[in-house]
Design a protein around this ligand. Structure first.
Ligand SMILES: Nc1nc2c(c(=O)[nH]1)N[C@H]1C(S)=C(S)[C@@H](COP(=O)(O)O)O[C@H]1N2
Ligand SMILES: [Mo]
Length: 327
């Protein structure tokens, strides 16, 4: 069983494959691979079952976008093929190619986000209303996974802050928590892991209000493919990819740091902040360099940048903090 493209794995400075595969030590038992194969054989529902008729919000639908001053320019985009077939979405399998094969089972229509906790009043936003809330921007962002690979992706969405304003959080809300869709009957692969589902992530309120944090509906000008977190996800480009929860169904405003999936699994390896930081190595591998997915092997190596290169926009959020302790 191979993950991604073994021929693309370069020098020893870059996370050795067996080390990042170790993240899969959260798997339950050795039979899980077989269980996954069986689940595939037992059947993904047909597209007709998955997308109810009459909806316009399905993967591949074109989205009207406007350019954004917050876009990152000058770097070659990662191909649509790589962005949509090399994924982390453990609810649909732990191997990089599995989400593309299995996430067709995600029922993306109808879809809504429930907002509760420290808000003026709880609300529910339908995906159609969310898509119309603000003009959709195309924003190219670097995307850095904690596993030391990266991509450059043209996302479609608008600043998360625009949505948060509509949620009317109370002044004592200090954090915002994002919860992903979870149904054990749909996401049968999730039970291969010891993770407590649903997937949970969170940001401090000032981080969430930073204009770079993107409420994301699409990529490459189209509605998100399911494996990339359809129909709505978060993208936080200065943080490791796991902060960017996919397929969000619930947003909670809270006064204390919420429990987050990878931090709960291994707090010594995955901090709450998870800012991309070449000066703080993961206990099992270096974070100083990364490999850019999809390039010829000799061209993949990149020096990892502090805050993934977004320091001008976000460094001030962490003034006075010790980023080695609060990693
Ligand atoms: N619900 C959910 N969200 C998730 C994950 C996941 O397993 N489940 N994986 C995270 C990780 S580790 C990364 S790197 C990004 C990957 O996003 P992409 O597949 O669109 O590149 O999604 C993040 N969001
Ligand atoms: Mo990741």
């Amino acid at each position: 069983m191979l993950i991604g493209k073994p021929t693309l794995i370069p020098s020893s400075e870059i996370t050795p494959k067996d080390q990042y595969l170790n993240r899969r030590r959260f798997l339950r038992g050795a039979a899980s691979g077989l269980a996954a194969a069986g689940a595939v054989a037992l059947g993904i529902r047909s597209l007709a079952d998955v997308f109810s008729p009459g909806t316009s919000v399905f993967a591949g639908t074109k989205l009207q976008t406007v350019p954004s001053p917050l876009t990152t320019t000058g770097e070659q985009l990662t191909s649509y093929q790589d962005v949509t077939t090399f994924n982390n979405y453990y609810e649909f399998g732990v191997q990089k190619n599995e989400p593309a094969q299995n996430a067709g089972a995600l029922p993306t229509a109808p879809w809504s986000i429930r907002v509760d906790g420290l808000v003026k009043e709880p609300k529910t936003f339908d995906i159609e209303a969310l898509l119309k809330l603000r003009p959709l921007e195309e924003r190219v962002y670097r995307h850095r996974c904690v596993e030391a690979w990266s991509m450059v992706i043209p996302w479609v969405g608008y600043s998360l802050s625009e949505f948060i304003k509509q949620c009317e959080p109370l002044s004592n809300a200090r954090y915002v928590q994002f919860l992903s869709y979870y149904d054990s009957r749909v996401e049968r692969w999730a039970s291969q892991t010891t993770i407590q589902w649903p997937y949970s992530e969170g940001l401090r309120m000032d981080e969430a209000m930073n204009p770079l944090a993107l409420l994301t509906f699409g990529l490459y000008g189209e509605v998100l493919p399911n494996q990339n977190g359809a129909p709505v996800r978060i993208v936080v480009p200065w943080k490791y990819g796991f902060k960017s929860a996919k397929s969000i169904v619930r947003v909670r405003f809270v006064d204390r740091q919420p429990p987050t999936t990878w931090n709960e699994q291994a707090p010594n390896e995955y901090g709450f902040y998870s800012n991309v930081n070449p000066n703080v190595d993961h206990p099992r591998w270096s974070q100083k360099v990364e490999r850019r997915i999809g390039l010829p092997f000799y061209a993949q190596r990149r020096t990892t940048l502090m805050f993934n290169g977004y320091g001008d926009q976000v460094a001030s959020l962490y003034d006075g903090m010790n980023l080695k302790r609060d990693f």
